[in-house]
Design a protein around this ligand. Structure first.
Ligand code: SF4
Ligand code: SF4
Length: 56
């Protein structure tokens, strides 16, 4: 499993990158991208995103 990130909604703030405990998120072209093999579905990034671009 992995989170889905709406590219059109993401504003590139990188807040989600900082809270992910397993470093499953990275910035690509100023948008957050989930590395699906690493994500453990903890949900921390959902709460951190100011524009609700991330869903489980
Ligand atoms: S759900 Fe948790 S493990 Fe998955 S990308 Fe978000 S913070 Fe990282
Ligand atoms: S916290 Fe939300 S808006 Fe900020 S980089 Fe992550 S997905 Fe994009």
């Amino acid at each position: 499993m992995a989170v889905k990130i709406d590219e059109g909604t993401c504003v590139g703030c990188a807040a989600c990158i900082d809270v992910c405990p397993v470093e499953a998120l990275e910035m690509v072209n100023d948008k957050a991208v989930c590395i699906e093999d690493k994500c453990v579905d903890c949900g921390a990034c959902l709460d951190a995103c100011p524009v609700a671009a991330i869903t489980l």
